[in-house]
Design a protein around this ligand. Structure first.
Ligand code: DC
Length: 225
């Protein structure tokens, strides 16, 4: 009998918009020497690529091949689409809205699935998104549901945008965050949800450092048993 092939370990970090999961996931990946998957960036890229191709975010049939054939490269902090840098466009509020809109379509989600799974490389992966624990990596070694109160998240996003020299309005940001929470958690395809086996980490009153420590501590605990 041959032994089953064991896949590299995955830490799945899911949660709502602007919960800090991206920063926490990146820091955890760095600490462990793991790869990092920002799955939200893929949905953002589909929205940006669709815009560039003149395809409406409501057109599921036309979006599916765009998702499946995205010509994307992540290089350090830069994101390239069709060989051009799109980092700032991908992080814009417009792309946030587009990502959340195209993400409702099952054909878009299916088109991105294999690409996400391909990030699972030795020695391991930290993946952040909405359905990392439920759909993409259901066998993740550790599942974290990272959240924070909506107004705390709006304030964090506000500070990020201002720090980048971009325009920001707190009231509009809070409204956008609530609308995205609603869309991401109410859709029928892979909605944002905490799986039963995920650990809830509320960062409303927690610093990034403390959240990173909490995840690393949990990971240590599950890998030592
Ligand atoms: O994590 P983010 O804010 O960059 O994600 C942008 C949008 O993409 C989010 O509103 C919903 C969608 N998304 C998703 O549906 N599934 C994922 N795994 C990641 C993001």
């Amino acid at each position: 009998m041959t032994a089953p092939i064991s896949l590299p370990p995955v830490i799945a970090i899911d949660g709502p918009s602007a919960s800090g999961k991206g920063t926490v996931a990146q820091r955890v990946a760095q600490a462990l020497g793991f790869y990092y998957l920002d799955s939200g960036a893929l949905y953002r890229l589909v929205a940006v690529a669709a815009r560039q191709a003149g395809v409406a975010w409501s057109d599921e049939a036309a979006l599916a091949p765009i998702a499946a054939a995205l010509d994307v490269r992540f290089e350090g902090d830069e994101i390239y689409l069709n060989q051009s840098v799109v980092t700032d466009i991908v992080r814009s509020e417009e792309a946030s809205l587009g990502a959340s809109t195209v993400a409702v379509w099952p054909a878009v989600r299916a088109g991105l699935l294999a690409r996400q799974k391909a990030f699972r490389i030795t020695p391991g992966l930290v993946a952040d998104g909405r359905d990392m624990a439920s759909v993409v990596f259901p066998d993740a070694k550790l599942k974290i549901f990272l959240t924070a109160a909506a107004d705390t998240r709006a304030e964090r996003r506000y500070k990020q945008l201002i720090a980048k020299g971009m325009d920001a309005n707190m009231t509009a940001l809070l409204q956008d965050i609530r609308a995205r929470d609603e869309r991401d958690s109410q859709r029928s395809a892979a909605p944002l949800q905490k799986t039963d086996d995920a650990i809830l980490l509320d960062t409303t009153h927690l610093s990034i450092d403390a959240a990173v420590e909490a995840v690393l501590g949990r990971y240590k605990a599950v890998t030592q048993v």
